[in-house]
Each structure stands twice: as C-alpha cells, then as structure tokens.
Design a protein around this ligand. Sequence first.
Ligand SMILES: [Zn+2]
Length: 145
Amino acid sequence: MKFLCVDCDAQMVFEQRRLPGDGTLVAAFKCPACGRVIALLTNPMETQLVASLGVEIGGRKLPEQPFELVRRAVADGREDAFDDRPKSTSPTWDEAAQRRLGNVPSFARGMVKRIYSDYALQHGIAVITPEVMDAARRDLGLEGM
Ligand SMILES: [Zn+2]
C-alpha cells in the first residue's frame, strides 16, 4: 500500500504509525517534496482485514490478527464445516459408523466425514457402515487414519 502526493507526483514516506489498544490504526505519510502529511485511519474491522491480508503499511508488517471465524469453526469441529453439498445427496451413517466417526478428533471429523461420504457417493452406497469405512480406507490408501 503506497500513497502518492498528486501535486508533486512523489511517493509519500511513511512517518509514524500508532496502534491504540482499541484496534484502530493510524498511519501517517509525508510527502518528501512539499511536506504535506496525510493520515490513514482504520477502524478495528479494517485493521484486521488489512492485517489478515498480510498487507504491509509503511514497510513493516502488522502483527498477525487471529482469523476468528476460521479458528472458531476449527475449534468447534463443526461436522459439516467442509460439507457444502445439499443434505439430501449425503449418504446416511449407521449407528456403529457414527460411533467410529466420533472417535476422530473433532478438528478433523468434518474432513474425514467428507472423505467417506464422497467415497460412498462414488460407489453408490446409501448407508455408511464400519465395513464401508474399512473398504474406503483400503481403496483410498488411508490405513493410517
Ligand atoms: Zn507533495
């Protein structure tokens, strides 16, 4: 991100930056030719957007901001986090298969569920059982999972 002084057609130089505790960002840029100073003020949401895009302001990278939504989805292990297909096309899981899926660490469960669901769909399997899971692991080379 760079700022030009239009009058001088000169690239403005980063002068100072303040990161107040409330998440707002103030960055000042000065034209080396005429001395004009402009300031960039962002609200907390904009500051986080800029930071999450890895944009550098004034030649220094902003401190990393947590990517809240993604982190929350991973932490909660929402089972359909990776499943964006309509529910009607998803195969059903019998009780034993559901129990086994429950043993998968929650952060990986959505992904694992999707792998088995895709396998079942590709093989025309409507109900996923532990036997189907075994077959999928064999066929897909997922013995370690
Ligand atoms: Zn200027």
